[in-house]
Design a protein around this ligand. Structure first.
Ligand SMILES: *[C@@H]1O[C@H](CO)[C@@H](O)[C@H](O)[C@H]1NC(C)=O
Ligand SMILES: *[C@@H]1O[C@H](CO)[C@@H](O)[C@H](O)[C@H]1NC(C)=O
Ligand SMILES: *[C@@H]1O[C@H](CO)[C@@H](O)[C@H](O)[C@H]1NC(C)=O
Length: 493
């Protein structure tokens, strides 16, 4: 019997000085393909990305193509055709069969106002965050208190970039971890044992700009402020842009008990090379500036912004781009032998080396033999630590993504909280014991719950369950219960 499972999926709470923000839901992908118009314009990209935002995406996408008349967007706000993309997460079975881990709920893109006098991204603006070649994490682990961080951001961009990545272990039964707490991918053993609801990948973009729209490496026109999200901008980087923060959730739990490893699409099992890209595709710079000036609801809810036009998730999901013919055989989601396409796994700690890209200028991928994990490879994995939103003393304590609770089947029965808002849609089949990728859980965003400076996003994910459950709780009582529980978490400390 199929039914729904309610998941309070994402919430954000502030302490400290952050003033306002909004949260842009882009629930579906415009595509999954070896495309990257920033790094590899006009040609096949070196690895697979999951892409959302503007449907005018292609290997030579620009502000103009994304905002062209008649183009669509996979985001909820129709004036935002920006392109947002990151690598995919994959599971490689021991025998080499590799599948993309199901991505849950597309991407949430936060626009946070941490710096003062926040300016709109100009038309033509684009940037990349992270460095795909990095395979080690340097420095204290876990992060030291923010007060011990360097205050001059100028010389410490590598330090900051490493700390702009987050791997949030999801277990909705306990208090959430803080954002940007782990900067490396937890080991599969840890994920199996502790992260029963999967993992959330987090990417913070630099928000200090030098006034250029782009740069040769797509990075050096931008810099992180001294505490990643806030603090001092380096000299010469005096433009203050919104702090962009990408969240994607991956159902690593679908592979619990399997023998293999998680690896990002560019051959990274460590996680420290995680990266992402942004092309500004708002209808105009003026519009985005108006929105930044006007939409300061502490709820972060885009519906509180009178300027935004909204579309339904089903309309948003219709927005996809055309995959070029030369990529149609890639099978980026698998199952397939190895990563798409033949990207070698590189374990580090030394910097990853470049490889010939399959299909580009007629090449086969070659040069680096697919590697076995070295004897010495082990993932340092932090133990669980709950977020403390009252504190900005610990690193990144200011953004607390408070994942609330989900119900196990028995819990659902006990509380009668199955499918609290009455969404019905065909359940997906998910059979992680088989080599084929489990079907993508379908979900429908439901609502946001605001309580003081804490916002909880509620949505429903379709899952397979083997019990028959009856709906006995109204949406209203469900919301209240969780609001209460959530509030308890934060004020009880
Ligand atoms: C911004 O930085 C890039 C990369 O160093 C440089 O090429 C560009 O000239 C700089 N722009 C300005 C306006 O200083
Ligand atoms: C750690 O990563 C950096 C950046 O990729 C690299 O320069 C450095 O050599 C690496 N350290 C080791 C010990 O390999
Ligand atoms: C690899 O292992 C998986 C998991 O046991 C299995 O389902 C799959 O069929 C295997 N692939 C090959 C090519 O044997």
């Amino acid at each position: 019997m199929k039914t729904s499972q309610a998941i309070l999926t994402s919430a954000i709470a502030f302490s400290g000085i952050a003033s306002a923000f909004w949260r842009m839901p882009c629930r579906s992908q415009t595509g999954v393909a070896r495309l990257d118009p920033l790094v590899d314009p006009g040609e096949i990209s070196a690895h697979v990305h999951t892409i959302t935002g503007g449907g005018g995406f292609s290997w030579d996408a620009t502000f103009e193509t994304l905002t062209a008349d008649g183009s669509c967007t996979a985001c909820e706000v129709t004036q935002d055709h920006s392109a947002y993309w990151t690598p995919t997460l994959n599971f490689a079975y021991d025998n080499g069969t590799t599948v993309m881990v199901p991505q849950v709920g597309g991407m949430l893109v936060y626009y946070l106002y941490y710096l003062d006098k926040v300016k709109a991204f100009p038309e033509g603006f684009q940037m990349l965050a992270g460095n795909q070649a990095v395979r080690n994490f340097t420095g204290p682990f876990p992060d030291t208190e923010l007060s011990h961080w360097p205050t001059d951001a100028t010389d410490d961009q590598f330090f900051l970039q490493q700390r702009a990545l987050g791997f949030n272990c999801l277990n909705y039964d306990i208090d959430p971890e803080p954002s940007l707490y782990r900067h490396t991918m937890p080991s599969q053993e840890y994920l199996d044992a502790h992260c029963k609801d999967g993992i959330r990948l987090e990417l913070a973009f630099p928000s200090c700009g030098n006034g250029s729209l782009d740069s040769t490496d797509h990075k050096s026109h931008m810099a992180y402020p001294s505490l990643v999200k806030e603090g001092n901008c380096p000299d010469g980087y005096d433009e203050h842009y919104p702090f962009l923060f990408y969240e994607t959730i991956w159902a690593t739990n679908a592979f619990a008990g399997e023998s293999g490893q998680f690896v990002l699409s560019y051959g990274d099992p460590v996680g420290t090379g995680y990266h992402g890209d942004f092309i500004m595709g708002w209808e105009s710079e003026e519009f985005l500036q108006d929105a930044l000036d006007t939409c300061k609801s502490p709820s972060g809810d885009i519906e509180d912004c009178p300027l935004f036009k909204m579309q339904s998730d089903s309309d948003a999901a219709k927005c996809t781009f055309d995959v070029p013919d030369c990529l149609k055989e890639d099978n980026p989601k698998g199952p397939r032998q190895g990563l798409a396409v033949d990207v070698p796994v590189q374990y580090g700690p030394e910097e990853a080396t470049a490889y010939a890209v399959a299909g580009r200028k007629g090449h086969e991928t070659q040069g680096i033999a697919p590697s076995q994990a070295p004897e010495t490879f082990s993932q340092p994995t932090l133990t669980y630590s709950p977020a403390d939103p009252e504190s900005t003393k610990t690193a990144q304590g200011g953004i607390v993504v408070a994942m609330a609770t989900t119900k196990s089947d028995s819990d659902q029965m006990k509380h009668g909280a199955v499918n609290p808002v009455g969404f019905e849609s065909p359940a997906t089949t998910s059979s992680p014991a088989e080599p084929s990728p489990p079907a993508q859980p379908e979900e429908t965003p439901v609502s946001y719950i605001t309580n003081g400076n804490t916002v909880v996003e509620l949505f429903v994910t379709e899952v397979d369950v083997t019990v028959t459950a009856t709906e006995t709780a109204s949406a209203d009582s469900y919301h209240k219960r969780h609001l209460h529980r959530h509030a308890h978490h934060h004020h009880g400390r």
